[in-house]
Design a protein around this ligand. Structure first.
Ligand code: ATP
Ligand code: ATP
Ligand code: MG
Ligand code: MG
Ligand code: MG
Ligand code: MG
Ligand code: MG
Length: 274
């Protein structure tokens, strides 16, 4: 665009590049989903349709943004992980976050009808999401971040499963159930579930207990794939970066409900953090 006397206003824009060579995690979270889930009558404690829709949107985001290496979702939130070598939008935070959030929201709304066939979306109850980017300097920090989200999933799900069993199966009021659960530890909740409702928490679905992990399933056995993926955290050349992006684009995106706290998941898929 030609220079104009107004162009100085551009100088008011603040730089917001994310620290180089760090993992970037963008977490999106549904805005007011407590209310939204009531309005569209999500099943409690876990509406499978809502989780499948979140996962569908996340898979589409992974496909749209080849720079993403991993995502983890639970409830109304999803964490998207960019590799330290990622140079998308020169690592400008606002550009990255808003692109992830709006891409996610677009797919979430586009696919709503596929999962909620009986309850079409209608204003003013339209889903929207907030988002933020946080950088993590070491792979240990990134793994601890992922572990934090998965532990949260477990703690909340055990609580919610017990709470809703007491209310829906036990006929208790919400406040009475809440009161009784105050100060209880995990073993107490397991006990309540088993003794009163014959529910063995271990037999609950993995998607509820562990959340959802989304990653690329490479045919990494190919020489090309191994070379492109073995980048460490050293700066990589533009051509190598482009090669990795193309490989990521081709790879199949899968959804898994597995432990990401222990080493096994990472050891078996070295390309995710390499
Ligand atoms: P905020 O705007 O601050 O995020 P929120 O109402 O979205 O507020 P969250 O802490 O994000 O609060 O919690 C999301 C809520 O959405 C859950 O507590 C639960 O009530 C509901 N929810 C999300 N996913 C599901 C699901 N799959 N099944 C049932 N309920 C769900
Ligand atoms: P970036 O992702 O960097 O924003 P971009 O392709 O969106 O890239 P912009 O500088 O945002 O580039 O420009 C938007 C372009 O979209 C315009 O140059 C024009 O080609 C097209 N466009 C936007 N709105 C209209 C419109 N109402 N009618 C015709 N073309 C439009
Ligand atoms: Mg524009
Ligand atoms: Mg929130
Ligand atoms: Mg929320
Ligand atoms: Mg939430
Ligand atoms: Mg544009």
């Amino acid at each position: 665009m030609a220079n104009s006397k107004y162009e100085y206003v551009k100088g008011f824009e603040q730089p917001d590049a994310l620290l180089p060579n760090t993992w970037v995690v963008v977490r999106v979270d549904g805005r007011g989903f407590h209310k939204l889930s009531d309005h569209y009558a999500f099943q409690k404690p876990n509406d499978r349709r809502a989780l499948d829709l979140m996962n569908k949107a996340a898979v589409e985001v992974m496909k749209d943004l080849p720079d993403l290496v991993l995502a983890y979702g639970v409830s109304d939130e999803y964490s998207f992980v960019f590799h330290p070598t990622c140079e998308l939008f020169e690592r400008r935070s606002a550009k990255i976050v808003t692109t992830v959030v709006s891409t996610f929201t677009a797919h979430y709304i586009y696919h709503w009808n596929t999962f909620f066939t009986e309850t079409p979306l209608k204003p003013p109850f339209l889903p929207s999401f907030d988002g933020r980017a946080v950088t993590y300097p070491s792979t240990r920090n990134l793994r601890d971040y992922m572990s934090w989200r998965q532990v949260d999933c477990h703690i909340n799900n055990l609580y919610n499963t017990t709470f809703w069993a007491m209310v829906l199966k036990g006929g208790m009021s919400n406040t009475d159930a809440e009161q009784e659960l105050k100060g209880t530890v995990s073993s107490d909740k397991n006990e309540i579930l088993f003794r009163r409702f014959g529910i063995n928490y271990n037999n609950e679905l993995e998607i509820y207990k562990k959340g959802s992990v989304v990653y690329r399933q490479y045919e990494l056995e190919t020489k090309e794939g191994k070379e492109a993926a073995s980048s460490d955290l050293e700066p990589v050349s533009k051509t190598q970066q482009e090669k990795m992006r193309k490989l990521r684009k081709k790879a199949q995106v899968v959804v898994d409900h597995v432990d990401i706290i222990k080493d096994d998941f990472w050891d078996r898929r070295p390309w995710i953090v390499s």
